[in-house]
Design a binder for this molecule. Sequence first.
Ligand code: TXA
Ligand code: MG
Length: 348
Amino acid sequence: MMTEKQEGAPVLFTSTDSGGISVAANVLRAGGLVAFPTETVYGVGARTDQGAAVAKIFALKGRPTFNPLITHVCNRAEAENFAVFHATARMISDAFWPGPLTLILPLREGQTDIHPLVTAGLDSVAVRVPAHPVALNLIAAAGGPLAAPSANPSGCLSPTTPMHVADGFLGNTPLILAGGATQAGLESTILDLTVDPAVILRPGPVTPDDLASFLGYVPRVGVGHYKEGDRPKSPGLLLKHYAPTIPVRLCAVDVLPDEAVLAFGSVRFLGMRTGSGSKGLAREILAANRFLNLSETGDLFEAAANLFKMLHELDQTGATCIAVMDIPKTGLGLAIRDRLERAASRAD
Ligand code: TXA
Ligand code: MG
């Protein structure tokens, strides 16, 4: 392993031999991040079942939103643990995996491999088997699938060498498995197989014509998909996003008796809105399990990891609305606020 001083902070590279892989796998098992090569670009990965680790990816990249991430596995059998494959999905994955093709598939009910932050609360999952021995060895050694977007700050160019990763993240650089330059240099093609006919959500190394001979038609390249760094004009124009079935009310400082509450940090000043003004948070809301706190200590990583799970839970309480306390406008708070604003707009 070698370290290098850059902008005053150590950058940690590790070799891709079995020693390096096992160091990196230990970092992942312990909830850390590792940058690793794939055949397309370098990714920065976390175990998909560790919400707080996945939250670190968004914080590191400075992503303004919780865009769902691609789950990387070693083979189709592993993916079948959490994704539902129909006959076409099996045929396409057997033809193109390992390789630069990501499939959007329904998430298997009751699965425990994929934390909701990976899918941004959606009921579908993006999955691929990378064609790179280092990536495959890392996934196997980490003991579970890895969520990994490209290893660059949001809005910057995707990295194709270890130095690109180090240059992009400067002082915050995670451990980098230094496996040389990547081949494709372009992110994987994304094919949505949850719709029929299938739609390409992101063009990439696998072309519509490559897919046509397996699908029996040339899939169209769909719209409504947005890239990292794009600023949406209106949340309603975006890639589908999770929204509860009941309304969401933001920046709540007091609560109506029939509402559910999604708190953040201290609830000392959260009151109950009644005819005679505000008083302390009603016992009935607490007793009815219509109260959840994203993070009692005000930890944004914990809050990010809890966000989608708690929205789902409060959606099922029979409340008329989810009242959400204000979230700080800093760091990961921006992405949490972004998703809450989309949930509140219900414009999809
Ligand atoms: O080549 C690649 O795919 C690289 C390497 C590291 O594997 N990864 C990559 O990941 O480009 P990322 O996170 O930058 O791109 C993920 C894309 C996003 O545009 C996201 O919107 C889409 O996949 N996506 C993920 N899950 C989805 C879902 N359930 N439905 C629709 N789109 C989804
Ligand atoms: Mg990217």
